[in-house]
Design a protein around this ligand. Structure first.
Ligand code: SF4
Length: 414
């Protein structure tokens, strides 16, 4: 199955993901590992103890040499660091510095590395971009989600449309040169007009990158992801009720129209749709996220974080108590790696995964990737259904229709 592997089966960590699981409040649709309220703010917040635990995990992961626990003599400095969450911009800058210093000491960070911070635009959430830039942040990913006040309210967001512009202005003044905005579509109550207006307002703010996500209302409990070792937390009863009310208000046809509109408008504005949900001005693609789609080795720390070393997928359990107890055991005991799980991919699963992730990218995959017998039928079906097309350089990529119906093709490849 080696014909689909465009990247080496294993490699030293290319990037590092750090999960910072704190938000001021929890949005009812959110499935990320998040702790809010007194855990995130006030005298009993758990930010500093989490940072202490993270620093221990960073050291342990660097010494263990990767997700498979191999010592790694060929380690090289990281090309990307991604501080995601949660709302990492909530962290005091001193805590961000401590984390980045620990990463530098344990892994090294290459000159010119991309160091992304996820931020929310609200005045009580965005932190101090000048201090964040001085700490080494080179790229900001801002959770705008919508420019319609009613949609923001319905989604449980804390910011106003005006806050989004203010957050971008502050980041620009701080010298941050690469800014991404996240927007949501297929939101209950959203119309094609409000989506078009939101896109215009987003483009007018001059971000270098946009991520557009269809609102997803999955049930992590039903998927069996929320047990003691699971990588998700159970949604609250209120979040469940919210999702139940919201689901009937979603509409596949409206979502498809919104996606089409974005494809055309963002192309006009000079953005390249380099991945199914991501558009960038030339040179501003997310290097860290490209690492996932290219199946590069990405180390990961923090509750619920997922890592990959080219062969093994590993995850930490979501629960903060167990995470902290393992890494900061107290009583003179040695820290241990936090609870979690791992999956070793066999060659067939790895080939399917490589193909699916490669097809998410606009450059697609080599035609030879489909010559493996399990994939030939899916290829014929997808070409006849107008989902895939060949380019002149013997590569295959999704058409716009294929982007919209990609899950149908991906299900046939697994
Ligand atoms: S701000 Fe983001 S991470 Fe925090 S609860 Fe809302 S969606 Fe989840």
């Amino acid at each position: 199955m080696s014909s689909v592997a465009e990247f080496p089966a294993t490699e030293p960590a290319f990037g590092l993901y750090v999960h910072l699981p704190f938000c001021v409040s929890i949005c009812p649709y959110c499935d990320f590992v998040v702790y809010a309220g007194a855990d995130a703010r006030g005298p009993r917040n758990r930010i500093e103890i989490l940072v202490d635990a993270l620093i221990v995990e960073i050291g342990l992961r660097a010494r263990s040499g990767g997700t498979a626990g191999r010592a790694d003599p060929a380690r090289r400095p990281l090309s990307t660091v991604y501080l995601g969450g949660g709302t990492p911009s909530l962290l005091p800058v001193g805590s961000l510095r401590r984390i980045l210093d620990a990463i530098r000491t344990a892994f090294g960070i290459a000159p010119g590395a991309e160091i992304t911070l996820e931020a929310n635009p609200g005045p009580d959430e965005r932190g101090d971009p000048a201090a964040q830039a001085a700490a080494g942040i080179t790229r900001l990913s801002v959770g705008a989600q919508s420019f319609a006040p009613a949609e923001l309210k319905r989604l449980g967001r804390r910011h106003s449309p005006a806050d989004i512009g203010l957050a971008l202005d502050a980041a620009r003044q701080a010298g941050i040169r690469s800014i991404s905005l996240d927007l949501l579509y297929d939101v209950p109550g959203q119309t094609l007009d409000s989506w078009a207006d939101g896109l215009e307002r987003a483009v007018s703010l001059g971000p270098e990158h946009l991520s557009l996500y269809a609102l997803s209302l999955d049930d992590p409990d039903a998927e069996g992801l929320t047990g003691p070792g699971g990588d998700h937390l159970p949604p609250s009863a209120g979040a469940r009720r919210w999702r139940k009310r919201a689901r009937p208000e979603q509409d596949d046809d409206r979502a498809a129209a919104m996606y089409h509109l974005a494809v055309h408008r963002l192309r006009e504005a000079g953005f390249l749709g380099y991945e199914l949900a991501n558009w960038a001005l030339p040179g501003h693609e997310s290097r860290h996220n490209l690492g996932y789609w290219e199946r590069r080795s990405i180390e990961a720390v923090g509750p619920g974080a997922h890592a990959f070393d080219g062969r093994v997928r590993r995850w930490n359990a979501a629960r903060l108590d167990g995470y902290i107890a393992a890494l900061l055991p107290g009583g003179g005991r040695q820290p241990s790696l936090p609870p979690g799980g791992e999956e070793i991919l066999d060659s067939t699963s790895a080939a399917a995964e490589s193909l699916i992730l490669g097809l998410r990218l606009d450059r697609g995959v080599p035609l030879t990737a489909f010559l493996e017998p399990p994939f030939m039928d899916a290829f014929d079906w997808a070409v006849s259904a107008g989902l895939l097309e060949e380019t002149g350089d013997t590569r295959v990529h999704l058409t716009t229709r294929g982007r919209l119906l990609s899950n149908e093709l991906f299900a046939r490849l697994i």
